[in-house]
Design a protein around this ligand. Structure first.
Ligand code: 13P
Ligand code: SF4
Length: 383
């Protein structure tokens, strides 16, 4: 998705890291009461060190929802996270994203037109009242709103299991109903349309005891997702053909090479990795889960982590005294959009606030926000 981030004035672009850190520190002091800075675990060190709260996308959405006194939330993460924060915070809270080009290539793999088209086509071959749409947090507000309207829920990598249990009536979900707000009951679905990340959907489906035969991949460029009517009827999981370019790089050969070098080593990966990789790993979970798992590993462990490199490097530094943390892929690839948030952009938005100018505000229109809030709040009620 093309967004337009204006180039920064030279006073930011040409400043040293030290000068920029001083600017951010000064602005934070001046804005102390009304300002909250949130940082996702994939942010670079010099940025996340200024965050008042850091977390995975679920933790940050909960934190944003709890903000009652803040006037400004500066979100050091990517666009869909800032949109969710805007939806979940009150009208008085302005959410800012330091660089408007900090998107998510996976989120861009599903758009409202494409999902509506497939939904309509599914309706010609099956009862869509029994299909529950589930969108990963990594999606636009427009898709979260679609899901809210159709009785589905958002999920994140830390609660996908509970959300899918709820959707398919497998127990252990919640009392949240499918229509309107939570509390109204309606029969669970017998299928889910899961977008945009096929891997999270597939990995969670396997965790819940389903088999490959219960799953079909929906190719949004082809009529009926490239499926036959029979496929749609047989499948429990209709998985949108999207992926994360960072996590898709981890392969089974990475796990095999690591195990050959470290037979007692531990492999921990994010559920956006392909299923073959997840199957070979010792543990799988969200970024928050990974942080906890590394901390709980026995001292002396050698741990290969399959997720974004900034988090892996931070864990390596934090545990350098008694364990070794390495990237599962020696030729690492950072998340280039998370990486767009840097000190010059952070200093620039904060200086704007000090001067009374709100830069890069993320606003979700009220109709979209109302529907998206339904699917986000449903998730918060389930998880
Ligand atoms: P978490 O929900 O684990 O923070 O992951 C978000 C993300 O974008 C992973 O690529
Ligand atoms: Fe999107 Fe992947 Fe980056 Fe996460 S790591 S923000 S899913 S591109």
């Amino acid at each position: 998705m093309i967004r337009l981030q204006t180039p920064l004035p030279d006073e930011y672009g040409l400043a040293s890291e030290e000068q920029l850190s001083e600017r951010v520190t000064r602005a934070k002091e001046q804005l102390a009461g009304p300002l909250v800075i949130l940082g996702h675990h994939y942010q670079r060190e010099e940025v996340i060190s200024f965050a008042d709260a850091r977390g995975d996308s679920f933790g940050l959405s909960r934190f944003a929802a709890a903000q009652r006194d803040a006037e400004y939330v500066v979100f050091c993460g990517v666009h869909f996270m800032a949109e969710s924060a805007d939806i979940l915070t009150g009208d008085g809270v302005k959410v800012l994203l330091p660089d408007l080009n900090a998107g998510c290539s996976m989120a861009d793999m599903a758009d409202l037109d494409g999902v509506e088209q497939i939904w309509e086509e599914l309706g010609q071959v099956t009862d869509v009242e029994r299909v529950v749409p589930i969108t990963y947090m990594n999606s636009s507000a427009a898709l979260k709103a679609f899901v809210g309207r159709k009785g589905g829920s958002v999920c994140t990598s830390s609660n996908a299991r509970s959300v899918l249990r709820w959707a398919l009536g497998l127990g252990d979900g919640s009392s949240s109903g499918r229509s309107g707000t939570s509390g109204t009951s309606r029969a669970p679905g017998d299928k889910v349309l899961f977008f945009p990340d096929q891997h999270l959907g597939r990995n969670t489906g396997f965790q819940l005891g389903f088999a490959a035969d219960d799953m079909r991949v929906v190719d949004p460029r082809r009529p009926l997702g490239g499926l036959e009517e029979r496929d749609v009827k047989e499948a429990t999981f209709l998985l949108w053909q999207g992926h994360c370019s960072v996590h898709q790089r981890f392969s089974t050969s990475h796990v095999e090479s690591f195990r050959a070098a470290h037979p007692d080593g531990i492999v921990i990966v994010h559920p956006e990795c392909a299923h073959e990789v997840v199957e070979l790993a010792d543990q799988v979970g969200s970024t928050d889960y990974i942080i906890g798992a590394v901390a709980e590993a026995p001292p002396g462990s050698v741990i290969a982590v399959g997720t974004e490199i900034h988090l892996v490097d931070r864990l390596a530094r934090a545990h350098a005294a008694d364990r070794s943390v390495v990237s599962l892929d020696p030729l690492v690839c950072p998340c280039s959009t998370m990486f767009r948030i840097d000190l010059p952009h952070l200093a620039w938005v904060l200086d704007g606030l000090v001067a009374g100018e709100v830069r890069n505000r993320i606003v979700v229109d009220s109709a979209t926000a109302a529907d998206a809030r339904v699917s986000l709040e449903r998730m918060l009620a389930i998880a």
